[in-house]
Design a binder for this molecule. Sequence first.
Ligand SMILES: Nc1ncnc2c1ncn2[C@@H]1O[C@H](COP(=O)(O)OP(=O)(O)O)[C@@H](O)[C@H]1O
Ligand SMILES: [Mg+2]
Length: 289
Amino acid sequence: MSGTVIANHGESGRSGHHRAVIGTEPVIEVRGLCKAFGNRVLLDHAQLQVFPGETVAIIGASGSGKSVFLKLLVGLLEPDEGEVLYKGKRVADLDRAGLDKLHREVGYVFQADAMFDSMTVLDNVGYALREHTKMSDEEIRERAAECIVRVGLKLEDLDKFPASLSGGMRKRAALARAIAIKPEIILYDEPTQGLDPQNITRIAEMIEELQTELPCTSVVVTHDMRTAFGVSNRIAMLHEARFAYIGTPEALMFSEDRPVREFIDEAMEEIRELFDAGTLGGANPIDTT
Ligand SMILES: Nc1ncnc2c1ncn2[C@@H]1O[C@H](COP(=O)(O)OP(=O)(O)O)[C@@H](O)[C@H]1O
Ligand SMILES: [Mg+2]
């Protein structure tokens, strides 16, 4: 295929399988997206394309509109202007059946986990299956059990209530809920927020593994650079209502663009630790000694 670019984030390290084909039709396409709350402009004609099989990390300062962007992607918020397309179809044009189909194909891991506290882990994880499929209670329990074990929880956790889970367990349960529908696309909002370094690494690895297991296409909103670099083929940085940078994690390191530079310099220490730990393949571009 001419004009095809392989976006490959490192052949070494644990990212060896991590490749996506760019040059095909994007799975998700955002065109001229605008969103403001009052006079606070969060998105001003933002553009982004996400290609089959890749993981795009969205970084940016706190309050820059990352969560709002993700909500616009799934139609939880309506854009003021512009459009979101899945596999070439405008979300705004989808009828009831089309939206249902979309919700069966897109898994969403909410920033605050958004578990129903009055429901058990089983009912939380099985929620989308009950809403969007004709699976029996037995089948739902089986599938939920499969997902729970996959994310590192125990079968006995199925009958617990979210309030009795630790932060790391809640994140895992939220992940299990998102993968229960065997999604083609997973949108993650701060999947590692509030976790200790060990759990951050484990969840990041899990996101990577799911990418090939399912397989799926992912967008990961995170303010954590370890997560962004650990999971993504490409990084998009939201700054002043637009994506100021879209490209590989490696090229991001060399960006001369001032706002990008400032953001990176601030995160430099975190990234240096990542290279030193061997999480990233290749030579450490920021090691000048
Ligand atoms: N539904 C809403 N109504 C009004 N303001 C909102 C709404 N959702 C988010 N905001 C505001 O938009 C800004 C960006 O929010 P958010 O997308 O959550 O930032 P981020 O995820 O990048 O930290 C914040 O100032 C927030 O208060
Ligand atoms: Mg957010």
